[in-house]
Design a protein. Structure first.
Length: 559
């Protein structure tokens, strides 16, 4: 609807499809090499056109107001619209007319039949079955996606019955790994397309990032046009060009996409009692809910809408704000608690929890060994004037008897211990903590083994700690980060050597680890890290204040 008469779409001779192939070079800068290419796109065509102007609402209405409604022509097709095709013989015949790709053209034989060469963007039959098997065995956090395993048919190597949210999860997160066995010149633009949609669907959008995405997406689509046949590029492949403009006008997509309405309609459809009057039943259910919601403002006994949001921690009115962030965490455990007596090593370790800031073993020894004793002696000495009961409680440490839980809700996440997740279809034990540099260099990734809840004398709240098993963070050996796409690979069978298992629960962020399909034999024992978004929280990428405090402590001990 943005391009209107300037869309440059055409009709394929054999496939009868209306593709938007080679309609994206005009969105590139004037000096870009793709504009002058006579072989990579349409034969002998150089593009000097400008992008079509953005139309106003009145101009768009002038174009579309005479188009007949779909219900008025339910059994007719618009002029020039043909049957859609994929990568079949007709698509290859059209490709021979439009493009110069002799390796993909049909090969004739003496008996009159034609052979379709295998394209470098296609997986083999065994590879597609391996991808389906890989999807069927994937485990994701609770509430992250629906059961993708039901969509994978391993016998024939197909994905069926994927919901719109399933497609979003696959495109944004799983696409680079599902097709990681393809050649680099095919895999890279697919990965860039995946990261484009991931950036577009962020909870917060920044203008500078939208500008960068808008500059990259024409280049990404042009690279795809050099790989796939013209019949692949219909209006849906052209749409990403204009999504950035819509994001600038409408804001973050979570306020505009259809998931919430689909979910609400699903709720209403389940309330239908009279199948002969479906619409009337939905209207009655809607009026009943609206009436109940209105009355709940005046009658406190009506609690239909008092249900807590998914993965909500402690309620805000239950929080007691103090000057120490350690006692202000809004988390809550779930399940049945057990008791655990802290060992000397565990008690010493949690006193410096979340303090992984320096690789120097001497500095680590001073922070972990000297600071707790120095802090206790300093706070206990009355001459130093430490009267804050919170600091005194921290100096003396918590009780040796703590509670352990299997589940904990905090930061918009639901965390499980590793043992609790075994045998379940979802896994919520993956965790990472941000490094002090704000980049990938010193982030730590691990798995939650235990969840401890500690009590301090005079502190108003209990303090939750996650006991984690960390993976070896050494870069380019055990943990690899892709230099272009920031994809983090973890070697799952290599653990962190130092004993530093504890992190404060409020600093934890959730991840899940995705192993590679079987055909990636070079990626055995390796898994990719995928970070999840919290439910009901908007995260801001900033270096945590407590990390700065730890850095100051390190400098104090070394000066």
């Amino acid at each position: 609807m943005v391009c209107m008469d300037g869309n440059k779409a055409f009709t394929l001779k054999y496939g009868g499809k209306n593709p938007w192939f080679d309609c994206h070079r005009r969105f590139l800068p004037h000096n870009h090499a793709f504009r002058r290419s006579k072989k990579g796109f349409t034969k002998n065509r150089v593009v000097k056109d400008e992008p079509p102007p953005i139309l106003t609402g009145e101009e768009v209405w002038g174009w579309v107001h005479n188009i007949p409604r779909v219900i008025d022509n339910a059994h007719s097709k618009l002029s020039g619209y043909g049957n859609k095709t994929k990568d079949n013989e007709k698509a290859r015949m059209d490709l021979a007319i439009i493009c110069q790709r002799s390796d993909l053209e049909l090969v004739p034989h003496n008996h009159g039949k034609m052979t379709k060469p295998k394209a470098n963007y296609c997986l083999t039959s065994n590879e597609t079955k391996n991808v389906c098997k890989w999807i069927k065995e994937l485990k994701m956090p609770d509430g992250y996606a629906s059961n993708l395993a039901r969509c994978a048919d391993v016998n024939i190597g197909q994905m069926n019955w994927m919901k719109s949210h399933d497609c979003r999860v696959f495109v944004e997160c799983l696409l680079p790994f599902a097709f990681s066995s393809l050649p680099d010149h095919v895999w890279k633009p697919l990965t860039e397309l995946s990261q484009f949609f991931k950036g577009l669907c962020n909870n917060t959008l920044r203008h500078d990032e939208l500008v960068k995405l808008g500059e990259n997406i024409p280049f990404i689509i042009c690279k795809l046009e050099r790989i796939f046949p013209p019949g692949f590029f219909d209006s849906m492949e052209h749409l990403p060009i204009h999504l950035l403009y819509e994001a600038k006008l409408g804001g973050p997509v979570q306020y505009r996409w259809i998931y919430t309405f689909e979910r609400k309609m699903g709720d209403f459809k389940r309330t239908v009692k009279n199948k002969a009057r479906v619409e009337s039943s939905i209207c009655m259910s809607y009026l009943h809910r609206e009436t109940t919601y209105f009355c709940s403002h005046y009658f406190k006994t009506i609690s239909l809408f008092d249900r807590s949001p998914r993965n909500e921690g402690a309620k805000l009115n239950d929080a007691v704000t103090t000057t120490l962030s350690i006692s202000n965490q809004l988390g809550r455990p779930s399940g049945k608690a057990q008791t655990h007596w802290l060992s000397d090593a565990e008690r010493s370790a949690f006193l410096h929890s979340n303090s992984i800031i320096e690789d120097d073993p001497i500095s680590q020894t001073r922070i972990h060994g000297e600071f707790p004793e120095w802090f206790r002696a300093y706070a206990s000495d009355k001459e130093n004037g430490v009267t804050d009961p919170n600091l005194l409680s921290l100096a003396w440490g918590p009780d040796s008897m703590v509670k352990t839980w299997h589940k904990y809700y905090i930061n918009g996440y639901k965390f499980h211990t590793k043992t609790w997740s075994q045998g379940k279809k979802t896994i919520s034990s993956g965790v990472y903590v941000k490094g002090v540099t704000g980049g990938w260099e010193d982030d730590f990734y691990g798995v939650i083994q235990h969840i401890f809840e500690l009590e301090y004398y005079k502190l108003p709240h209990k303090v939750a700690l996650f006991y984690c098993q960390w993976f070896d963070p050494r870069r380019n050996r055990e943990t690899k980060v892709h230099p272009q796409y920031d994809i983090v690979d973890i070697k799952m069978n290599r653990k962190y050597d130092l004993y530093d298992p504890f992190i404060i629960a409020q600093k934890a962020r959730q991840v899940y680890y995705v192993p590679y399909p079987e055909m990636r034999t070079d990626k055995r024992h390796r898994s990719a890290v995928i970070k999840t978004k919290p439910t009901g929280h908007v995260e801001v990428d900033e270096v945590d204040e407590d990390c700065h405090i730890k850095m100051k402590i390190w400098h104090m001990l070394n000066n």
